[in-house]
Design a protein around this ligand. Structure first.
Ligand code: 5GP
Length: 193
């Protein structure tokens, strides 16, 4: 997605060998128009696949996921990282190791929101080693829901996430694919959409 790649080139900050900071348009301050365009591209990529729910993980997956869900006209569910007092129903849970925070957390979705009739599109902001996506896939499997595919805003293709997910037989659609960081600049592969 050209608009996204240009924005990463303009505003992305390479923090170290592995981490890109995009807090001016995606992970903290959010460019709503760019997110709406991203939602449209994901919705197009998965149209005709009878998606019934879009699933993501808090916090930074929420904005691309909500715009995708709006375009597909289905609900969006975000897995929660901290158990809230109001979450007193039965839960689907999975353990997720966070690449950026370097802690493992239990993520959960209320059982009442996902079941075996659902066809799920998983959306997230970044794909690094695939642990967040794997945890979300596990939550869907516990519910008996079918995962149709994974939509990723920014994939770091030099890490193992895509391989992990493709090995599960699931398609990955990434809007920007980063091959590496060189001298503080971002290098790209061809994106999927
Ligand atoms: P994974 O679980 O695939 O290893 O990492 C994906 C998760 O870690 C995403 O949900 C995202 O929040 C975070 N993440 C991974 N790499 C980066 C990065 O380079 N920059 C930012 N801002 N977040 C990242």
């Amino acid at each position: 997605m050209e608009e996204l790649v240009s924005r990463i080139k303009k505003d992305g900050l390479v923090l170290n060998q592995d981490v890109l900071k995009v807090d001016s348009f995606l992970t903290h301050q959010v460019d709503a128009n760019l997110m709406a365009a991203i939602g449209g591209v994901f919705a197009d990529a998965f149209k005709g696949q009878q998606i019934t729910k879009v699933v993501t993980i808090e916090a930074s997956g929420i904005t691309p996921a909500i715009f995708t869900a709006q375009k597909l006209q289905v609900p969006m569910i975000y897995a929660r990282k901290a158990k809230s007092l109001t979450m007193n129903e039965e839960l689907l849970t999975a353990e997720v190791y966070s690449f950026t925070k370097q802690v493992t957390s239990t993520v959960s979705i209320s059982k009442k929101f996902l079941n075996e009739t659902d066809k799920v599109l998983i959306i997230d902001d970044f794909l690094a080693n695939g642990q967040a996506a794997k945890g979300l896939i596990e939550l869907c499997q516990q519910a008996g829901a079918e995962v149709v595919g994974i939509g990723i805003v920014i994939e770091k293709s030099f890490q193992g996430g895509r391989q992990l997910i493709e090995d599960m037989g699931l398609p990955v659609v990434s809007l920007a694919r980063i091959s590496g960081f060189k001298d503080g600049t971002v290098e790209f592969l061809e994106g999927d959409a």
